[in-house]
Design a protein around this ligand. Structure first.
Ligand SMILES: C[S@@+](CC[C@H](N)C(=O)[O-])C[C@H]1O[C@@H](n2cnc3c(N)ncnc32)[C@H](O)[C@@H]1O
Length: 315
């Protein structure tokens, strides 16, 4: 589905996996431009409801317009750390499903002033919530070289993380690191000549890593899964789309811990910890986009969808 230049990825398996009760209450924790939320509303009965969340004020404004048109939809401005409070503020004790479509929306990438893209010149910002928090420029002024190397290596999988981090900080200290084009240029020239062409642009992985860092996206995943465990009713569904293998691994491990329950060492003949599973996998192996979807929306190439269900009677 296309809404305001954002094409929702894996729309059918995501909505099918998330929505097992047409009269249920759902959270779309990453409203974006509302493509998934609208598909969910289309699937629900007149009794069903959706609470949309986003940390981006522009997305929240779009959600508020939808809420004015459809009384089954409500919009809340928060990041995942405020998910539980948002659901309680709505007067709900639990929900039938919570969906996350992580990462940035196309409007965030396309608007140069948000500072997410190396294709356009913009400020070194990269905050999803551009009304609060610390911009990339602010954080770069305060980061050490070794921290920056780890960020670029860990969140970007960038093999030239050391050279790139050093070059970024050098340019910063010379007053030559002011815009996304400056950053792109530094990444390009810090990459060995023979590796500059032929694959993804040399700045791709560094931009991804810095965005994950600025928005504490790994910490947000921990908060998201923890809140979902608290809020889902038995039989309630958790559906998560991620675009980065590190994020997907983190999601898998957090859910797998709940699926396994027991924490006794494998050599113990019987369970002595007494910890029971709280989730079961509906879709353990990630669902990937079809060739057709990738042709229509290249961004879907890296999308991975996992679905799990709270253990108990179906709602
Ligand atoms: C990929 S887009 C979602 C697109 C949406 N599913 C659609 O169909 O239009 C991700 C959205 O989630 C928001 N987002 C990402 N991480 C978030 C977080 N930790 N808390 C709240 N919103 C977040 C972003 O601001 C962005 O608007």
């Amino acid at each position: 589905m296309v809404t305001s230049a954002h094409i929702s990825v894996l729309a059918e398996p995501y909505i099918e996996g998330l929505c097992a009760d047409k009269d249920g209450r759902y959270v779309d924790a990453t409203f974006g431009r509302g493509g998934h939320a609208q598909l969910l509303l289309n699937k629900l009965s007149a009794q069903g409801e959706v609470l949309g969340l986003d940390r981006d004020p522009e997305a929240v404004a779009v959600g508020q317009a939808l809420a004015a048109q459809d009384s089954r939809f409500h919009m809340f401005y928060t990041d995942f750390a405020g998910l539980e409070d948002a659901v309680r503020a709505q007067g709900w004790d639990n929900v039938s499903g919570i969906g996350f479509d992580l990462g940035v929306s196309s409007p965030q990438l396309d608007h140069a002033e948000r500072g997410f893209s190396f294709m356009k010149d913009g400020p070194l910002d990269m905050r999803m919530d551009n009304a609060s928090g610390e911009s990339l420029a602010y954080k770069l002024e305060r980061v050490s070289e070794s921290e920056l190397v780890s960020i670029i290596r860990e969140y970007g999988g960038e093999r030239f993380a050391g050279r790139i981090a050093r070059a970024i900080l050098e340019a910063l200290h010379q007053g030559k690191m002011n815009t996304t084009k400056d950053l792109e240029n530094v990444c390009f020239h810090a990459t060995p000549k023979k590796m500059r062409h032929g694959g993804a642009h040399p700045a791709t992985r560094t931009f991804q890593a810095l965005r994950i860092w600025v928005n504490d996206e790994m910490g947000q995943i921990d908060a998201a899964v923890k809140s979902a465990m608290q809020l889902l009713k038995p039989g309630g569904r958790l559906a998560i789309i991620s675009f980065h293998s590190g994020e997907d691994r983190r999601i898998r491990d957090l859910i797998e811990k709940e699926v396994r329950g027991c924490t006794c060492p494998p050599q113990f003949p019987i369970c002595v910890c007494g910890i029971k599973p709280t989730m079961r996998w509906v879709q353990k192996k990630p669902v990937r986009a079809s060739e057709e979807e990738i042709a229509l929306n290249p961004r879907s190439r890296s999308a991975m969808l996992r679905i799990a269900e709270k253990v108990g009677e179906p709602c």
